[in-house]
Design a protein around this ligand. Structure first.
Ligand code: HEM
Length: 171
């Protein structure tokens, strides 16, 4: 009866995710600023502020999404074939880092994951971690932050409909 509850999320989280995401993302997302940071495992100690977390995990910072912005709504949106998903482009581009860097506003937000460039603007309001977190990778390579936060999320399955090109070296 007095035994501590099992820390199931610590067992199910991929190796290395807990400390890394807490340490890297402290202060972002409007959550409880990285209290504990690397000393906390994912799902460990619910002592933090807990603000913004709907998962019960100590350092997870999912945000409340606006109505119409659920995962299901995004699934529908991304299969809509709307031209704005790909920023109106009809063929894939070869994009240099300096070109990528020009697209860092909410209305014109590009990022790169694993060498592929995506138009993030249409996805921003659907991101369970919030727009603010996602905007951290605006105009730059987001691979590392993505992997630190949630390596288990399948990028391709989630945002393939917004892919606009491939990264190429500077001319
Ligand atoms: C476009 C690429 C991205 C997609 C498709 C995506 C998708 C997701 C999904 C599905 C979740 C919910 C995870 C879960 O329930 O297990 C999530 C949560 C989250 N994401 Fe992202 N994400 C992306 C990029 C990023 C980036 C670049 C960052 C950091 C800069 C980030 C930070 C977060 C945070 C802090 C959470 C909430 C914390 C958590 O659930 O552990 N995401 N994201």
């Amino acid at each position: 009866m007095l035994a501590a509850p099992p820390r199931t999320s610590a067992l199910t989280a991929p190796p290395g995710v807990g400390g890394a995401s807490g340490a890297r993302l402290g202060g972002g997302g409007g959550g409880g600023a990285g209290a504990g940071n690397s000393s906390l495992a994912v799902g460990g100690a619910s002592s933090g502020s807990g603000s913004g977390s709907e998962t019960g995990g100590g350092i997870r910072r999912k945000v409340a999404l606006a109505p119409g912005c659920s995962a299901l709504d995004w699934a529908r949106e991304k299969s809509s074939g709307k031209p704005e998903l790909r920023a109106g482009l009809t063929s894939y581009l070869r994009i240099t880092p300096s070109e990528l860097a020009k697209h860092k506003s909410r209305q014109d937000c590009w990022t790169c994951f694993n060498g592929k460039v995506y138009n993030l603007s249409p996805y921003l309001r659907f991101h369970p971690g919030g727009e603010k977190e996602l905007m951290r990778v605006a105009g730059r390579d987001g691979t590392r932050l993505f992997m630190l936060t949630h390596s288990w999320v399948n990028i391709d399955a989630m945002i393939d409909a917004t892919m606009i090109g491939m990264m190429v070296p500077e001319h």
